[in-house]
Design a protein around this ligand. Structure first.
Ligand code: XIL
Length: 464
């Protein structure tokens, strides 16, 4: 009886302790998951290898509420206006980096990275550039890209090289601007000049009204696909995402189709007006988390009172710096992202190797098919950009050399996608790693910028 009692008490005790252990276990799991969830936007994004950023205004770096939130929550910074053309080159050839540098220094000294915004944009051009057209403007544009990207060389995670170059509406074509009127190749020329100036920065095309699959985003998609196929250096596409109430239903699908071209996608200027904004913020964040190559999200400002959309309260913090419901939805979505999801590296890297696999070919040495090279020139008074197309003959190339002869007085100032020996007269060019293989009959391109008159450059190609 006693034994039975004892045995019953023992089993009751055992049951109780099992229940206790289970309860403890459960509560331990809960504690772990609560503790494991990061409590700031930047830390939460970092768990899946992503970043969370904000547009920052130099004039607000003295506002302690603003700076406290910035320092606590964000690990990527975009200058809201301070790296634009009107700010960085107020007079032709005279550069002014004070406010841009101020923001960069704040970011770097607080362990944050920078997105550069924006090298070429039809808005916020300085007055002197607004009054220019044609070859003079083209030269000024390329000089601007080269100078600004060189000034910030090695310090920028990703540059918006070209901002808002596509038209709204159904055309899917380019927007008219004095930049566009310098020739349709201005975008690729800008990307090449940016790559030459800062090979470590990812180079993005950035635009708005591109949040779903529509004529404008498809026009950009086609441009990116063309750039990738021709070796024009582009690494990322920015989706500004200035939204009201919701993102389009195909937001994630649209990000994914760009990602599938082999570029990173980034949400670059997120703000959402309207009464459904909190839900929409959650949905946008989940869409980015679901796309492996979605590298991160930037909101266009910090508090509602910082927003360029005055009175629309489209941001994550209210005017007093308090977290809004939208903040909690974003944080939850960032924390829910699978931490093991592989993402593209977010540290600046050397030029991205093309991700489209080259069709396997049978390399033959020596190459009996040889190769040909042709030069296309974009000249202006006092300078030029030469694009050289290297085409493999009947056999695949595993390395190539091009010899160009420049007219007297012409000199190479920078180059991309090939390395040169010499800058004047006879200049030889060798492939870089990522374009050494060219399948039979296929082409790759490299280019260079020069001073002087480039008319009449000749080129010959040899397999190596
Ligand atoms: C806006 C800034 O937020 C404003 O302060 C400025 O007056 C105008 O530009 N798309 C862009 C950003 O790429 O540069 C714009 O920023 C907002 C729209």
């Amino acid at each position: 009886m006693n034994m039975k009692m004892t045995s019953r008490s023992l089993s009751r005790a055992a049951l109780a302790s099992t229940l206790l252990a289970a309860a403890l276990g459960a509560s331990l799991v809960l504690v772990t998951s609560a503790d494991g969830a990061a409590s700031t936007l930047g830390a939460a994004a970092a768990q899946s290898g992503r970043y969370f950023g904000a547009a920052v205004a130099a004039g607000k770096l003295g506002d302690s509420t603003y700076v406290n939130i910035l320092n606590r929550e964000f690990n990527m910074v975009t200058a809201e206006n301070e790296m634009k053309w009107d700010a960085t080159e107020p007079n032709p050839g005279q550069f002014s980096y004070g406010n841009g540098d101020r923001i960069l220094n704040h970011a770097v000294s607080n362990g944050k990275r920078m997105r550069g915004h924006a090298l070429l944009w039809y808005q916020q051009e300085p007055g002197w550039a607004q009054r220019m057209e044609g070859s003079g403007l083209r030269q000024a544009m390329m000089n601007h890209v080269t100078q600004v990207a060189s000034h910030y060389k090695g310090k920028i995670y990703a540059w918006d090289v070209v901002n808002e170059a596509f038209a709204d509406g159904g055309s899917g074509g380019r927007r008219d601007s004095n930049l566009q009127r310098t020739g349709n190749d201005w975008i690729e020329a800008a990307f090449r000049a940016a790559r030459a100036a800062d090979p470590g920065a990812k180079l993005c095309y950035n635009d708005y009204n591109t949040d779903g699959i529509n004529a404008k985003s498809t026009g950009i998609y086609n441009m990116v696909r063309d750039f990738k196929s021709r070796g024009v250096p582009i690494d990322c596409v920015g989706f500004q995402s200035h939204l009201t109430n919701s993102a389009p239903g195909d937001y994630q699908a649209n990000l994914q189709r760009f990602a599938d071209l082999g570029v990173e996608v980034q949400i670059t200027e997120l703000d959402i007006a309207g009464s459904n904004m909190a839900n929409a913020y959650g949905a946008v964040t989940r869409a980015c988390m679901a796309v492996t190559r979605c590298a991160g999200i930037t909101t266009w400002g910090i508090r509602d009172t910082d927003s360029w959309r005055g009175g629309e309260n489209p941001l994550l913090f209210d005017g007093n710096g308090n977290k809004k419901a939208a903040y909690n939805n974003v944080l939850t979505a960032l924390n829910a992202a699978n931490p093991t999801t592989p993402t593209t590296p977010t540290t600046p890297t050397t030029p991205t190797t093309p991700t489209t696999p080259t069709t396997p070919t049978t390399p033959t040495t020596p190459n009996p098919g040889g190769c040909t090279a042709s030069v296309s020139l974009n000249p202006w008074t006092g300078g030029f950009v030469a694009t050289v197309k290297v085409t493999a003959g009947a056999s695949a190339l595993d390395g190539w050399r091009v010899t160009t002869v420049l007219p007297a007085g012409a000199a190479v100032t920078n180059a991309w996608s090939a390395t040169n020996t010499g800058t004047t007269g006879t200049v030889t060019w060798a492939n870089v790693d990522y374009n050494r293989s060219v399948a039979a009959g296929q082409s790759t391109e490299f280019g260079f910028q020069g001073t002087g008159n480039g008319q009449g450059i000749t080129s010959t190609c040899a397999a190596s």
